[in-house]
Design a protein around this ligand. Sequence first.
Ligand code: ACO
Length: 322
Amino acid sequence: MGIRIIGTGSYVPDQILTNRDLERMVETSDAWIRERTGIGSRRITEAGTTDMAVKAAKRAAEQAGIFPEELDLIIVGTSTGDCLFPGTACEVQAAIGAGSAACFDLSAACSGFLFSLNTACVYLESGEYETALVIGADTLSKTVDWSDRGTCILFGDGAGAAVVRREESAGCIGPFIMKADGSRGECLKCSAVPLRNPFLDKQEDAFGYMAMNGQEVFRFAVKTVPEVMEAVLEKAGVPAEEIQYFILHQANERILSSVAKRMRQPVSKFPMNLERYGNTSGASIPILLDELNRQGKFNRGDKIVLAGFGAGLTWGATFLRW
Ligand code: ACO
């Protein structure tokens, strides 16, 4: 028995926010943003996380050729659900008619899709479930202070999804490694819930925007991502040379090329779409996966590494054979 991705889907909103638009909002320039990040534009949703997640999910289910009632499990990796409860996964279940599926959200910021995929695979491997829908969806635009040029240039909205199934096949997902360092949580943080009730001395109304120490996050990423990918390759017993694609969280072109260099692998093995979408947090890996899949880039048996990193701090890598 193997576990395979049998369908992928993604959705990005129509509204485009370019670097030129940002030049009119904060003191920055298209040239600075491109040079420091590789980003040219990003998408902004008015409809929210659930709407994007549902659209991506329907496309993945359609490509997989499954009926929504066949889904046993839906996990949404998100840190920006439209409500605190119900969870986004429950809302997706209702919208697509997947009444038999167990549903929950998983909060691991930009590592959210990767951790959700790994979690789904453990349920499939247990024999308990056969078919799972894994989604990464985020609306980072609502967490960003649009007057802070240090963060607002980086982020955008979107969703991506994959249908994963246990079946007779040579495909596999895993081994994987997931890591976290909560002691460094302050370097990328967004406190969303206003604290206001009669039992608290301190009353806080203000919505806390995202705060980031960009340089520290940068250093963290270029050190830990190559390490965790090397470790997962060692666990899989596969040399880096045999990997067709390293599909990384799309945070910054400089981070990705630096990781490629440290891995001594050509940057052409590190596909990127961040020029068009910026950093879409939990959605970035599945959006890219879907784009490559629909372009016919994957062949059966291809060896691929997925790697995510983000707030928490969290990071991890997963080996998969397509
Ligand atoms: N436009 C113009 N100038 C700017 C901008 C801007 N948008 N932002 C900062 N600057 C200025 C700074 O004020 C500073 O000026 P100074 O030298 O006069 O003080 C100068 O540019 C250099 O600033 P740095 O912060 O040193 O710039 P750096 O090269 O580190 O780039 C960046 C900043 C792009 C944020 C980078 O640190 C980065 O990409 N870090 C990783 C961030 C990231 O990927 N976060 C998310 C990952 S995890 C997740 O996805 C949630």
